[in-house]
Ligand binder design. Sequence first.
Ligand SMILES: [Zn+2]
Length: 311
Amino acid sequence: MKQEYKAISMAWLSRTGLTNLNSGEGGFNLIDVKKYKWERKEYPYVSGQAMRFYLKEAIRRKLDPGTREACVPDPQGEACGEPDKCILCDLFGFMHPRGAKIRLSPTKVSPAMGLKPLDGTLVTDFLTRRHRAEEAGRLEGDIVNVELSTNIYKVGICLDLLRVGREEAFETFAETPRLIRSLKFDDIIDEKERERRIGLLLDAVKEFSDYSKQARLLTDFTPDVIIACLQREYSHRLQKALELERDGLKLSIPRLDQVLREMIGEKFFAGILDGVLENTKEIHETLKKFKVEITTPREMIGKVKSEIGIV
Ligand SMILES: [Zn+2]
C-alpha cells in the first residue's frame, strides 16, 4: 500500500424515496423522523451514530458468519476493545465506560443531513400492526403513525490512515528522558491485514444497507454523487465541497470549484449517477477542469482502492 497518503475522505449525496431512516423520540403511536432546524425550517437527518452502525453492519456482512473478527457489543454497549483481533474496534474505536480503555476512532463519520425542508416532503402514513385475533378468521390491529419523507442527504467520512491497525505510543529519548517525548504509532497488525481492513471500510461505503424500517420501506441510501480525496495532508475540508443551491436540485458549482482549488495537489475521484442532480453537465465540466476521473459511485470506490494499492 502507498504510504504517502494520510487520509481518505469522501463526501456524497444520496437521494431517497419515501422512507424513515432514523426515528426520533416519537410519542404515543408515532414513529417520527429525526429533525434539525435551520432558519426556522425543519429538515430530516440521520445521526452519525446510526451511520456508523450501518457501516459496521456492512463490514460484518462481508465476513464469514461466526467469525471472531467483528465483536457484537454487550447489552451495555461495550465493545471487545481488542483492535488487533477485532476489525470494528480497530476502525471505529471504543471507550469502556470507566475510561480504563479508550481508542479514538480512525473513522470519522458525519450525520446524514437532509438538504430539503420537510414542509414540502413529509407525509404521515398509517402503519397497521395486524395480528390474528383469538376468534378464527378475524384480524385485529393497532394503528401507528409513521412519518416518511423523500429527501436528498449529504454524508461524509474521513479515514485517518496512519491510525488504522496501529496504536499511539510515546517515544522517550535516553538523553532527555522527561523533557522530550514524541508520539509514534506502533503496528498491532501486519501491513496486509491493514490493507484488508481499509478495503472493507471502502466497500462498506458502497454497500451499507442495514437502516431501520426497511421491511416496509426498502431504500437505497448509498452514494449517488460522491467525491473522494486521497490526502497527503489530513483535513476535513472536502466535506464542504458538495452544497446544493437554495432552489431545485442543483449542485453549487462555485463551491465545488473553490474547494477543489483549496485542496489542489491532492488526488481526487468522482462517481456520479445521472439524473440525481439537475446540473450534472456543469459538474462534469468542473471536475474535468481539475482532471478528476469520473465514473459511477461504485466504480469510483474501486479506483480509490487501486490508487492506494489495495485490491
Ligand atoms: Zn471489538
